[in-house]
Write a protein of this length. Structure first.
Length: 133
Protein backbone atom coordinates (compact mmCIF):
# COMPACT_ATOMS: atom_id res chain seq x y z
CA UNK A 1 0.00 0.00 0.00
CA UNK A 2 1.25 3.54 -0.77
CA UNK A 3 0.93 6.32 1.78
CA UNK A 4 -1.13 9.28 0.57
CA UNK A 5 1.02 11.68 2.59
CA UNK A 6 4.65 10.64 2.08
CA UNK A 7 4.28 8.28 -0.90
CA UNK A 8 6.23 5.44 0.75
CA UNK A 9 5.14 1.81 0.66
CA UNK A 10 3.86 0.04 3.80
CA UNK A 11 2.04 -3.15 4.73
CA UNK A 12 -1.72 -3.09 4.18
CA UNK A 13 -2.29 -4.61 7.66
CA UNK A 14 -0.84 -1.45 9.24
CA UNK A 15 -3.40 1.14 10.38
CA UNK A 16 -0.89 3.96 9.94
CA UNK A 17 2.11 4.64 7.75
CA UNK A 18 5.21 3.65 9.78
CA UNK A 19 7.21 6.41 8.07
CA UNK A 20 5.07 9.49 8.71
CA UNK A 21 2.18 8.28 10.89
CA UNK A 22 -0.58 9.13 8.41
CA UNK A 23 -3.75 7.09 9.04
CA UNK A 24 -4.71 4.61 6.36
CA UNK A 25 -7.78 5.70 4.42
CA UNK A 26 -10.87 4.10 5.94
CA UNK A 27 -9.07 3.09 9.14
CA UNK A 28 -10.82 3.68 12.42
CA UNK A 29 -10.21 2.97 16.07
CA UNK A 30 -7.83 4.08 18.78
CA UNK A 31 -4.35 5.19 17.77
CA UNK A 32 -1.34 5.88 19.92
CA UNK A 33 0.87 8.67 18.70
CA UNK A 34 3.94 10.43 19.93
CA UNK A 35 5.36 13.84 19.23
CA UNK A 36 8.82 15.12 19.99
CA UNK A 37 9.11 18.91 20.21
CA UNK A 38 12.65 20.28 20.25
CA UNK A 39 13.43 23.95 20.72
CA UNK A 40 16.99 24.50 19.53
CA UNK A 41 18.81 27.26 17.72
CA UNK A 42 15.86 29.64 18.00
CA UNK A 43 13.46 27.27 16.21
CA UNK A 44 10.79 24.86 17.41
CA UNK A 45 11.01 21.57 15.51
CA UNK A 46 8.40 18.80 15.71
CA UNK A 47 9.12 15.14 14.95
CA UNK A 48 6.86 12.09 15.14
CA UNK A 49 9.54 9.75 16.52
CA UNK A 50 13.01 10.00 18.03
CA UNK A 51 14.34 8.10 15.00
CA UNK A 52 13.10 10.93 12.75
CA UNK A 53 15.35 13.49 14.51
CA UNK A 54 18.57 14.25 12.55
CA UNK A 55 21.62 12.43 14.04
CA UNK A 56 23.44 15.55 15.33
CA UNK A 57 20.34 16.90 17.04
CA UNK A 58 19.46 13.42 18.35
CA UNK A 59 22.90 13.18 20.01
CA UNK A 60 22.35 16.55 21.71
CA UNK A 61 18.88 15.42 22.82
CA UNK A 62 20.20 12.19 24.32
CA UNK A 63 23.00 14.01 26.15
CA UNK A 64 20.64 16.60 27.60
CA UNK A 65 18.01 14.07 28.69
CA UNK A 66 20.57 11.78 30.30
CA UNK A 67 22.19 14.47 32.45
CA UNK A 68 21.73 15.21 36.13
CA UNK A 69 19.46 18.18 35.42
CA UNK A 70 17.02 16.27 33.26
CA UNK A 71 13.57 15.10 34.24
CA UNK A 72 10.48 13.43 32.92
CA UNK A 73 7.01 14.91 32.83
CA UNK A 74 4.06 12.60 32.37
CA UNK A 75 0.53 13.83 31.93
CA UNK A 76 -2.03 11.05 32.21
CA UNK A 77 -5.61 10.42 33.17
CA UNK A 78 -6.59 7.73 35.71
CA UNK A 79 -6.32 4.90 33.17
CA UNK A 80 -2.99 6.24 31.93
CA UNK A 81 -1.60 6.33 35.49
CA UNK A 82 -2.61 2.69 35.96
CA UNK A 83 -0.90 1.70 32.72
CA UNK A 84 2.26 3.61 33.68
CA UNK A 85 2.28 1.95 37.12
CA UNK A 86 2.01 -1.48 35.46
CA UNK A 87 4.93 -0.76 33.15
CA UNK A 88 7.12 0.75 35.88
CA UNK A 89 6.41 -2.23 38.15
CA UNK A 90 7.81 -4.58 35.49
CA UNK A 91 11.11 -2.70 35.14
CA UNK A 92 14.21 -4.42 36.57
CA UNK A 93 15.24 -3.15 39.99
CA UNK A 94 11.80 -1.71 40.79
CA UNK A 95 10.22 -3.16 43.92
CA UNK A 96 6.46 -3.09 44.10
CA UNK A 97 6.28 -4.13 47.78
CA UNK A 98 6.32 -1.69 50.69
CA UNK A 99 9.66 -0.11 51.47
CA UNK A 100 11.06 1.51 54.60
CA UNK A 101 10.31 4.96 53.17
CA UNK A 102 6.64 4.04 52.74
CA UNK A 103 6.46 2.55 56.27
CA UNK A 104 8.10 5.55 57.97
CA UNK A 105 5.20 7.98 57.75
CA UNK A 106 5.09 11.38 59.44
CA UNK A 107 3.01 10.03 62.35
CA UNK A 108 5.41 7.14 62.93
CA UNK A 109 8.38 9.52 62.87
CA UNK A 110 6.71 11.61 65.59
CA UNK A 111 5.97 8.51 67.66
CA UNK A 112 9.56 7.31 67.44
CA UNK A 113 10.83 10.77 68.41
CA UNK A 114 8.48 10.83 71.45
CA UNK A 115 9.73 7.42 72.61
CA UNK A 116 13.37 8.54 72.24
CA UNK A 117 12.68 11.72 74.26
CA UNK A 118 10.90 9.74 76.99
CA UNK A 119 13.77 7.26 77.20
CA UNK A 120 16.29 10.12 77.43
CA UNK A 121 14.27 11.76 80.22
CA UNK A 122 14.01 8.43 82.09
CA UNK A 123 17.77 7.96 81.78
CA UNK A 124 18.44 11.47 83.11
CA UNK A 125 16.02 10.90 86.02
CA UNK A 126 17.66 7.57 86.85
CA UNK A 127 21.15 9.11 86.72
CA UNK A 128 20.10 12.01 88.97
CA UNK A 129 18.37 9.61 91.36
CA UNK A 130 21.53 7.53 91.76
CA UNK A 131 23.68 10.65 92.12
CA UNK A 132 21.66 12.00 95.08
CA UNK A 133 21.71 8.75 97.08
Amino acid sequence: MTCSRCGKEFDEAEARCPHCGEAKAGASGLFQTSTVLISAGGADLVYRTVEEIPPGLRTRLLKSTSGGNSGTILIADRRGRKEIAKVVGKLPGVQTGSSAAEWLTRGRKRGIAAVVVLLALALVAWALGHHWQ
